[in-house]
Design a protein around this ligand. Structure first.
Ligand code: FAD
Length: 475
């Protein structure tokens, strides 16, 4: 537990508005939205500048105070939540929410880490540019959190993960030193590319305080179809047809099962199935380009017709207004949330090669069904990237607590099959607390040892988000 003197020094850095130690006021920072992880903290620190983060880290380094960085608190693996000991302080980047510069000619946006993803998108949009990272949590999650988790989302197929969208970073190191690497260069081969060490490190190697983000030209036309497909194999066939026919204009390709559509229409007021005949699977397919909506819609119609000819699509609706497009997206974006209303839900965020998606879903569904008759798999997600949210809803009428108590057993089954396909047990949400021990089984000993070597080099006293991502002792 940090001493009263240490906390007083930290409070002096951030001022009374930047310091919370009242138990009630700290509560929102101590639990994540799914209520899976709860923690305690000695204080929540809310610095307003990089200089303040640096000063806080100097004190933490000197006093051995463990620090948990926190952005928008939308992480799904518990990385942003302190442990139960109460020895840690939370360092929230929320007040560092300034847009620093927008260089429309260089196509770059320089922001502080606490800028929300939605605010970064909006800043780009105002000058006719696109910041393409897109997640359902974009109103709350922050750029610092996005980069610390190397977030994915719905546009990875076209634009890449968060790490692909960054040209420069500013990071405060464990001892309080500031590395200002905020360069807006697309070419810079001057040795090790240090920014990539911090992206995806989930607050265990440094505190990201600022970034130079890559912008793109804003598509003039976006067209969206909600297509019924007879199987996951045919969905993958549709992806190839769409990609080839459009010359790489597919921005999003999201798979949804029938059961997910039923959950959404049952629980989300105002949602209706866009198609009249039920299908076992659906794809939300979006193309974007610089031409006119009419020409892009024509391309979409042609490729859907070609897919129908070969049996990859059985029916489809094309959005003819922005409102209709948003309705299609609402079906997809609500899919995770509505599972709460169906009782317990065990979540997996996995990836396999796109060519193995169908076999993976079939094998994993079969295996969990054998282990727990009546379990309801709801596999959906960014199938264009091979990323499946392999979620499992409890059997109808089952006891929720008893179902959730079998989370570890179900995950072991699913993750075993993921490994058989040479996949990843965390496609986009990270490791945090949830999968820390499990990664040791999915990575080679040399990979784990290299991760420990990096951690020891950048955080020798182990004060940055300790106990997350990689276990430091070998036992
Ligand atoms: P937090 O949750 O606050 O923190 C996440 C991790 O990053 C923690 O380990 C924390 O210590 C660390 N961290 C935060 N800020 C910093 C910083 N400045 N410096 C260093 N470390 C830091 N994720 C996806 O990838 N794709 C999706 O499609 C997606 N959809 C989602 C939908 C919903 C409804 C929700 C609730 C979450 C979703 N997520 C998704 C997960 C989550 O939104 C992302 O992981 C997001 O990037 C986390 O950002 P955050 O600011 O909320 O970070």
């Amino acid at each position: 537990m940090p001493s009263p003197e240490t906390l007083a020094r930290m409070k002096a850095v951030v001022g009374p508005h930047g310091f919370i130690d009242d138990v009630n006021d700290m509560a929102p920072y101590l639990v994540e939205r799914r209520d899976l992880y709860h923690g305690r903290a000695a204080a929540v620190l809310r610095p307003a500048s990089t200089a303040e983060v640096s000063a806080l880290m100097k004190i933490a380094h000197e006093t051995g105070t463990p620090v948990v960085p926190q952005g928008g608190n939308t992480g799904l693996v518990g990385g942003q939540i302190p442990f139960e000991s109460g020895d840690e302080v939370i360092l929230s980047l929320t007040r560092m929410n300034r847009i620093i510069a927008l260089d429309a000619e260089n196509n770059t946006l320089t922001v502080e880490a606490g800028v929300t993803l939605a605010a970064a998108q909006e800043a780009a949009s105002k000058v006719g540019r696109l910041f393409p990272l897109s997640l359902a949590s974009e109103g709350s999650c922050q750029i610092g959190g996005n980069l610390a988790t190397n977030a994915g989302g719905t546009a990875v197929l076209r634009y890449g993960n968060a790490r692909d969208l960054v040209l420069g970073l500013e990071v405060v190191l464990a001892d309080g030193q500031v590395w200002d690497g905020r360069k807006g260069l697309r070419k810079d081969n001057t040795g090790y590319d240090l920014k990539h060490i911090f992206m995806g490190s989930e607050g265990t190697l440094g505190i990201i305080t600022g970034a130079v983000l890559k912008l793109f030209s804003k598509p003039l036309a976006v067209v969206t179809a909600f297509a019924a497909v007879p199987s996951v194999e045919e969905a993958v066939k549709l992806l190839r047809i769409a990609d080839n026919a459009s010359g790489g204009l597919v921005t999003s390709f999201e798979l949804m099962p029938r059961i997910g559509i039923e959950f959404v229409t049952r629980h989300m007021p105002g949602t209706v199935d866009p198609l009249s005949v039920a299908s076992p699977w659906y794809v939300l397919l979006e193309l974007s380009a610089g031409g006119t909506i009419e020409s892009l819609n024509e391309m979409l119609e042609v490729l859907l017709a070609a897919a129908m000819d070969v049996g990859a699509v059985t029916d489809a609706a094309i959005a003819h207004s922005e409102a209709q497009r948003l309705k299609f997206w609402q079906m997809r974006e609500s899919m995770s949330d509505v599972q709460r209303l169906e009782g317990g839900s065990i979540k997996h965020d996995v990836s396999v090669p796109v060519s193995s998606v169908a076999a993976f879903i079939a094998q994993a569904s079969d295996a969990v069904g054998q282990a727990m008759p009546g379990i309801r798999p709801v596999p959906f997600g960014h199938v264009g990237d091979g990323n499946i949210h392999f979620n499992l809803s409890q059997p109808v009428g089952a006891d929720k607590a008893a179902f959730l108590a079998r989370w570890g057993e179900m995950s072991a089954i699913v993750h075993w099959i993921v490994r058989e396909f040479n996949g990843s047990i965390s496609a986009e949400h990270g490791i945090g607390r949830m999968k820390r021990d499990e990664i040791a089984e999915t990575k080679s000993p040399i990979e784990i040892e290299l991760m420990r070597t990096l951690k020891r080099a950048l955080d020798p006293t182990g004060i940055l988000n300790p106990g997350k991502v990689v276990k430091m002792n070998k036992s």
